[in-house]
Design a protein around this ligand. Structure first.
Ligand code: F6P
Length: 460
């Protein structure tokens, strides 16, 4: 697994989970309160786990305060909502990601079958489906509607960027629709919007549970061990790299260049490189590289071609952005539109080898959207159905402003406020990147020595 705990308890986080009020209603789900009777038990709010599992001999941590520990997710014995009074809504926001349909399906099935909730609305095309000018009709979701949606990529609800900042308009729509449970499936922008929305609903004295299911194919959310769809993305990327390797290998001085998603964090590229020892250069946003000069990418690539006659470069879209002209544009989520680093590298590589009078054959492959639109693989499907069910249980228990997350292989409630506080990046001094460099056998740094020396001097 990746080293995801780059945020350690040397920083203090308050993991207290906000709630709408005291859950007083007996859950309609029949579970046990007795350990050892072979029947699944309800989960109590007091059941908690430690976040930071790094430890040292003589560790003096503890006794822990309640807020220092993460609350276990799962069905509670007492719930906050009377199922007969619930109107739930589900929305998928931002870019696509494998597993969206699986999560929607799991939420619907858990609410319907486990709690007997029969008013579930699908909001079309992200937060924009809530807006007053929206022409998108809502969908009635039931087990029949979601019956086999998990076999398809994408989302039956449609997804879109933007609209999340129109908090007051969205709150108005929630009031008009009488929604008291909202599931927001989306990345950090979506969850930031969900948090502001929940605060607005609170100000209006409306008891609406807002539960987020974190979604990012880039796997760049902090406090989340692995985001759903990520494994599928890596699996898809591995197939592409396999093709790039064959193309590179079976020609004269072949170079396979593959670009994958990863705007600010290169997790897909790093994991793919580890899964496929055919990658010779893995380039990610977190690890700066030079193009020119004795230690730069082009010269390292030349050496590799001379020695082995073929090479595969795997680049994350956000890598090397300091070398290209900025587009000056942003998308509706407020993200900078990136310049295609793959196209840039292809041109630079071609020019370099032409000038060196060395024949090379470059094949550039950009599978980004093919990867993102794939249906979830088995492992992600398992993960998604569990995330969805845990989200339904959390909402029924009256939790709000909370995400469902997996931490230390345990499903937990993670306050949105904490989750959106920072992005996760590949730690270039951590074990994941170390193993990638070992596996690709690329130089530990593709930055020229003189430049490194200047930087080190500045830092000391
Ligand atoms: O936000 C996740 C992400 O997959 C990024 O890696 C990528 O830059 C972006 O979405 C592309 O999405 P779109 O083309 O829909 O804006």
């Amino acid at each position: 697994m990746q080293d995801f705990q780059e945020v350690t308890m040397s920083e203090n986080f308050d993991f207290s989970v906000p709630s709408l009020g005291e859950p007083k209603i007996q859950s309609p789900i029949k579970m046990s309160t007795v350990k050892g009777d072979s029947i699944a038990n309800y989960v109590a709010d007091e059941e908690r786990i430690i976040y930071d599992i790094n430890a040292a001999t003589g560790d003096t941590r503890g006794p822990f305060k309640k807020e220092e520990l993460l609350e276990r997710a799962g069905p509670r014995e007492k719930v906050y909502f009377n199922p007969a009074h619930v109107h739930a809504a589900v929305v998928t926001c931002g870019g696509l990601c494998p597993g969206l349909n699986n999560v929607v399906r799991a939420i619907v099935r858990c609410l319907w079958y486990s709690y007997g909730i029969h008013r579930i609305t699908g909001i079309k095309n992200g937060y924009r489906g809530f807006l007053p000018e929206s022409k998108f009709k809502t969908l009635e979701l039931d087990p029949e509607y979601v019956d086999d949606i998990q076999s398809k990529g994408g989302t039956v609800l449609g997804s879109a960027r933007g609209g999340g900042d129109r908090v007051s308009d969205i709150a108005d729509a929630i009031e008009r629709l009488n929604i008291n449970m909202l599931f927001t499936i989306g990345g950090d922008g979506t969850q930031r919007g969900a948090l502001e929305l929940a605060e607005e609903l609170e100000r209006r004295k409306l008891k609406v549970s807002v539960i987020g299911i974190p979604k990012t194919i880039d796997n760049d959310l902090s406090f989340i061990q692995r985001s759903f769809g990520f494994e599928t993305a890596v699996e898809m990327a591995v197939n592409v790299v396999r093709g790039a390797h064959v193309e590179a290998h079976d020609t004269i001085n072949g170079i396979g260049l593959v670009k994958v998603m990863g705007r600010e964090s290169g997790f897909i590229a790093a994991h793919t490189a580890l899964a496929m020892s055919d990658v010779n250069f893995c380039l990610i946003p977190e690890s700066h590289f030079d193009l020119e000069g004795p230690d730069g990418l082009l010269e390292s690539l030349r050496k590799r071609i001379v020695e082995r006659n073929h090479a595969v470069i795997l680049v994350a879209e956000g890598a090397g952005q300091d070398m290209v002209d900025e587009t000056g544009e942003t998308d509706l989520s407020g993200n900078k539109r990136l310049t295609d680093i793959g196209v840039f590298l292809k041109r630079k590589i071609r020019e370099y080898f032409q000038a060196s009078n060395l024949e090379v054959n470059i094949k550039y492959i950009d599978p980004s959207y093919i990867i993102r639109s794939a249906p979830a693989n088995s492992n992600d499907s398992i993960y998604c159905s569990r995330l969805g069910a845990h989200a339904a249980h959390a909402a029924m228990a009256g939790k709000t402003k909370t995400l469902i997350s997996m931490v230390n292989n345990t499903f937990v409630h993670l306050p949105m406020r904490v989750a959106v506080s920072k992005r996760r990046h590949v730690n270039t001094e951590g074990s994941l990147w170390r193993d990638v460099v070992e596996n690709t056998r690329q130089p530990a740094s593709l930055v020229n020595k003189e430049k490194r020396a200047v930087k080190e001097k500045k830092q000391s």
